[in-house]
Write a protein that binds this ligand. Structure first.
Ligand code: NAD
Length: 292
């Protein structure tokens, strides 16, 4: 059944997701701080709105895909935002990666105002967004998840209800911990192989067929060999996520020593001015620390 969807935040992830929803037959109106991004949606099956109020007008479903916690607060809670302008009862799905506590707080406020709210961060990267193969980790009420499932089915292959409000963000924090550590070790292995003058194309291929294989190796191995750090997923965003997971781990009394170390490396890259590079640029840190 066709829905009327407002899509707020049309960046690397949001634009292809919105385009996929339009291609599936939904009426999709997009808004982004950058009008050019909304125009790209308009050129690909959707419509462009000049304000959030215009985007959510008549929408039964609102999806947000913006960078960070303050952006979600601004988009949902602000005077010109979603809750102030959308029809009460609308399904509001935040698919950004943000702090679990902020996610719970905005959901509580939305529910107080009569909206049905889910946190539904994703994994799978730009390729997963374009190919509609995202893994979607959803927090909120089970009935609301059921109501949103057809939308998730258009965007990804693995929508899973993981618990109450905020639980999706907690699972996503764990995801970011694993991905950062995986990239770091792939980078170390690659620099190690290069230093030993091994054919790294052959080396990575056979590694990927065994227990060392990973989506990181499949997606990023060749780009890392070529030192191509075009994003993808920007270091600045992964820095945000490592702060989320280190804080949430400390709050729960959980030690994440390796994750905390990689968080330092991600933070150092950002401080060096590399926030706009792909997170596979962790390889630069390995090179700097090595004799190569
Ligand atoms: P991006 O920077 O490419 O896109 C974000 C978009 O949001 C931009 O177009 C920006 O103009 C817009 N925006 C910011 N504030 C806004 C506001 N107040 N109102 C309207 N639009 C606003 O980022 P991205 O890579 O698409 O990531 C978006 C979210 O998805 C982040 O939370 C990120 O952590 C998460 N994520 C990214 C990836 C990835 O591989 N890129 C993968 C999974 C999850």
């Amino acid at each position: 059944q066709a829905r009327t969807i407002a899509f707020i935040g049309l960046g690397i992830m949001g634009l292809p997701m919105a385009v996929n929803l339009a291609a599936a037959g939904h009426r999709v109106t997009g808004y982004d701080l950058s009008p050019q991004s909304a125009e790209k949606l308009a050129a690909n099956g959707g419509r462009a709105a000049a304000t959030i109020a215009e985007a959510v007008d008549g929408a039964d479903t609102v999806i947000t895909m913006v960078p960070d916690s303050p952006d979600v607060e601004a988009v949902l809670l602000g005077p010109d935002g979603v809750f102030a302008n959308a029809a009460p009862g609308a399904l509001v799905i935040d698919m950004s990666t943000i702090r679990p506590d902020v996610s719970r707080a905005v959901a509580a406020e939305g529910e107080r105002q009569g909206f049905r709210v889910l946190d539904a961060p994703v994994s799978g990267g730009e390729a997963g967004a374009i190919e509609a193969k995202l893994s979607i980790m959803v927090g909120g009420d089970a009935e609301v998840f059921a109501a949103a499932e057809p939308v998730f089915g258009v965007l990804g292959t693995t929508p899973v209800h993981v618990g109450p409000s905020g639980a999706g963000q907690t699972v996503k924090a764990a995801n970011q911990l694993i991905v950062a550590g995986n990239i770091q070790l792939v980078a170390e292995a690659l620099v190690f192989l290069e230093a030993h003058e091994v054919d790294t194309e052959a080396g990575l291929k056979v590694l990927n067929g065994g227990l060392a294989g990973s989506t990181v190796l499949t997606r990023k191995g060749d780009a890392m060999r070529a030192r191509d750090f075009e994003p993808g997923f920007r270091i600045a965003l992964h820095d945000k996520d490592m702060k989320i997971v280190t804080t949430a781990a400390r709050e729960a009394g959980v030690a994440i020593p390796l994750g905390a170390l990689v968080a330092q490396f991600v933070g150092a890259l950002k401080a060096q001015g590399h926030g706009g590079l792909d997170h596979s640029a962790l390889l630069k840190i390995v090179l700097e620390l090595s004799a190569t």
